[in-house]
Design a protein around this ligand. Structure first.
Ligand code: S3P
Length: 223
């Protein structure tokens, strides 16, 4: 039996919709200064952070967004796994959720303190933004936080469909309760994008438009 770990399963593209993603390797281009949406605060344009519940499409959209922007992509869960030398499932088994949150916070702190590899798009695990100490770090960074939203039914369907190992997935009632506990936190993000019925590439393009960024190779005027 092939057993996917979060890391290799998360490398699969196109899990939200019909768009097929191609992810060429590229050198990230420098962050561009553009006039941001005037209703948004002044951002640090080093990057974009994607948050949302399990199944929100943070990794898939993040990869597409990084390609469209010509920026690096990073999945925080992958950094956690690399630092710990074991996969997410094993971290939960060995150290429980408390141990995982500790590792996740350390990984996020490390990532934000790095000066290289920016600008980049970062996909956070579903519980990361909900932790007060992480939310504080992110607020200090001034990097825009995007909440990828969908109905809880849709999120559950997506999680059933893809093969990512998720220790906190559980059965429907547990999933719904956890979603309800967390939703208010996600809505504190700078921008909310409804992902229902949308293709991955279109969601990425919507984020670019909402943040007033420009696509790789295109100046603002010709988009
Ligand atoms: C978690 C979500 C997972 C991963 C871990 C905990 C959560 O990431 O970080 O299993 O608390 O919701 P995804 O949201 O990418 O599945």
């Amino acid at each position: 039996m092939v057993r996917f770990t979060s890391r290799n399963a998360k490398n699969q593209a196109g899990r939200l919709g019909p768009d097929v993603l191609t992810h060429g390797t590229h050198e990230a281009r420098p962050a561009v200064q553009t006039s941001a949406n005037s209703s948004l605060p002044a951002f640090d344009r080093r990057g974009v952070l994607l948050v949302g519940f399990m199944g929100a499409g943070k990794t898939s959209v993040g990869r597409a967004l990084s390609c469209q922007l010509g920026w690096h992509f990073e999945d925080l869960d992958e950094r956690v796994q690399a630092r710990e030398g074991i996969n997410i499932d094993q971290i939960f088994q060995r150290s429980g959720e408390t141990g995982f949150r500790r590792a996740e916070h350390a990984a996020l702190r490390e990532l934000l303190s790095e000066t290289g590899n920016w600008p980049r798009v970062v996909a956070l695990g579903g519980g990361a933004f909900v932790q007060a100490q992480n939310a504080m770090l992110l607020a200090e960074s001034k990097i825009p936080v995007i909440f990828l939203d969908a109905s809880v039914e849709e999120l559950f369907r997506r999680c059933q469909r893809d093969q990512v190992a998720r220790p906190l997935l559980g059965q429907w009632e547990h999933f719904r309760r956890l979603y309800e506990e967390r939703r208010a936190h996600y809505t504190t993000a700078h921008v909310r994008i409804d992902t229902s019925g949308k293709g991955i590439e279109n969601i990425a393009a919507e984020i670019i438009a909402r943040l007033g960024l420009s696509k790789f190779g295109l100046s603002k005027e010709v988009q």
